[in-house]
Every structure is written in structure tokens, then in C-alpha cells.
Ligand binder design. Sequence first.
Ligand SMILES: Cc1cc2nc3c(=O)[nH]c(=O)nc-3n(C[C@H](O)[C@H](O)[C@H](O)COP(=O)(O)O)c2cc1C
Length: 331
Amino acid sequence: MKTKITELFNIQHPIIQGGMHYVGLAELAAAVSNAGGLGILTGLTQGTPEKLAAEIARCRKMTDKPFGVNMTFLPSVTPPDYPGLFKVIVESGVKAVETAGNNPAEWLPMLKEADIKVIHKCTSVRHALKAQEIGCDAVSVDGFECGGHPGEDDIPNMILLPRAADELKIPFVSSGGQADARSLVASLAMGADGVNMGTRFMATVEAPIHQNVKDAIVAASELDTRLIMRPLRNTERVLNNPAVERVLTVEKAKGSAITFEDILTDVAGVYPKVMIDGDMDVGAWSCGMVAGLIHDIPTCKELIDEIMAEAEILIRTRLEGMLSHIKSAAT
Ligand SMILES: Cc1cc2nc3c(=O)[nH]c(=O)nc-3n(C[C@H](O)[C@H](O)[C@H](O)COP(=O)(O)O)c2cc1C
């Protein structure tokens, strides 16, 4: 399948693995890229320019295919060394960057000069248009169903994707709720040129996270995620657990008077404990509603091959079959 996204990133299949804190390490990014998708390392998980350079080098040893780096802009008291991290990305020869969290305009000139393609992840049409205006090459349109930060507009992909298609000139991928061939074909029908998946790639053999996390995703249904931090306008979709229940109780009790400090212990520094140690109830961690569609733990290659093979069957048999049925009924 050739789309504007496969051409832009020089990849075989229109499937991207979104950056994920403590998940998007070299093992996963390389496995996705080796399977013909675009694997993404998560820049902030490495934290320092030196560690990011080492992780990029490690990933390059595992794949000769293109892969990218996610750079997330977060409100932070002590911001990461963004200039140093971007310098490493440019010097490393990586050809794709996924930005998220805030406007990446400041970094675009240096990325463009190095011929790095930038896909900006955003949760609204107005932010997607802004990304287009400032010169991003593509956008990842992240619907309300997504794991992580869905923004504050609450527009699901069934509306958001056709709205994006109506407004955007640059290519976009659908993000949030994408799991299988049905997601891909529906996204293409709604105007996207590919899909971005987060939660689905966590439940793969190569995802370098604790087995408990993978098992929790397989066991979860579409009813098991919750939205936290809405009163702080930093909404995050997470898998429900006792820590999440605590956060929601505090949010209810404090109302608009809540501060980040009120929930700090249940939301800060949680990722290594969950993803490495497998301590599932220690705090809140991102997970999409798409967990309800995830029932197995395949390799990345098995997952991507199955999506592409079934997408072809869906298009050629189910969809085209309906057309000929209509035609023959009309004659
Ligand atoms: C555990 C987890 C961690 C994530 N961390 C980040 C991150 O650090 N930066 C980012 O831009 N997106 C992050 N995301 C969002 C994903 O890149 C992707 O946009 C999202 O998972 C898509 O929704 P889905 O989970 O329904 O596929 C994270 C998602 C998950 C599930």
C-alpha cells in the first residue's frame, strides 16, 4: 500500500508507533521499523542528550530501516535540555521526528535544514492547521479515545478525522483507538493516509515493558479507562486502578481548587515502576480505550502483516463486494 505517509517517511506500510514514555525504547522502535512501519523512540524517556544519542545508536544497530524520535513538550518546573536533545537528533541522522504537547515552531528550522520530516501530534483541527501553517510535514490527529493526553475538546475520531480531511492540505494519520485492519481501512476512508498506534504496540512481544502491563491491557475492556487531571486542564486517559480512583476522589473533593501537588504521588515518577517493575497499582499510566480490541500479544511483524493482509481483504472483498452487489441489484 502506497500513501502520502509511506512516501514521506520512506516506509513500507502506513503504520506509525507513537512515542510512549518508558515504552518507546530501541527494542520496540526497531521491531516496528523492521516490520515495515515507522518506529519512534521517546526522547524524554532518555532525558539527556548523551543518553538519547546512545539510544539512537542502539536502535540503528537493530534496524537499517527508517525510525524517528518523539519530542514531547510538557509544562515543567525544570525543563529538559531541549536544545541539546534536538542537536543530538539532527547530528544522529534520524530522518523523522514526532512532536507533541505544544507548538514545535522553534525547532522546525533546524529540523528542516537537516531534511528531517516532522509529524506533529495534536488533538484538534485548529492545532492541526497551526502545525500545517508553521511548516510541519504531516500531523497525527489524536482523537478523544486515545491513550495519553486527548486534550480538552473531547472530539472522537469519527468526527475529528473527516473534519481534519476537510481542512488540511498536508497528509495526516489517525491516532487513538487504532488496533487492526478495520481501523486502518476506516481511517483511510475518512481521509487519513495511515494510522498511529500506541496502546496496541504495548501489547507486543518486543515492547520492552513488564509482562504485567501487557497482560493488563489484554485483560482490560473498552470500559476500563478513566480521564484524570481534567480540572488541571491536563487531561490524561489512563487504565483504571486504585491510584486512579484516589486521584478521582481528590479531584471531586477539591473541585477547581485542586493543584498538581494534591495528586503528585499518584501521577509523578510512576512510569519506571509500572513499565520496568510491573507494579500495576502504583500510580496512573496512560492506556487507550482500544484496550477493548486487544486480545493477544503478537510480534510487531505478525501484527503489522496481519493488519495489511486483512486490510487488503476488507478493501477488495468486503467493500468492493458491496459495490458490485449494488451494481448488480441496479441492473
Ligand atoms: C503508556 C503511554 C505513554 C505515552 N507517552 C507519550 C509520550 O511520552 N509522548 C507522546 O507524544 N505521546 C505519548 N503517548 C501517546 C501515544 O503516542 C499515542 O498518541 C496514543 O497512544 C494513541 O492512542 P492509542 O493508545 O489509542 O493508540 C503515550 C501513550 C501511552 C499508552
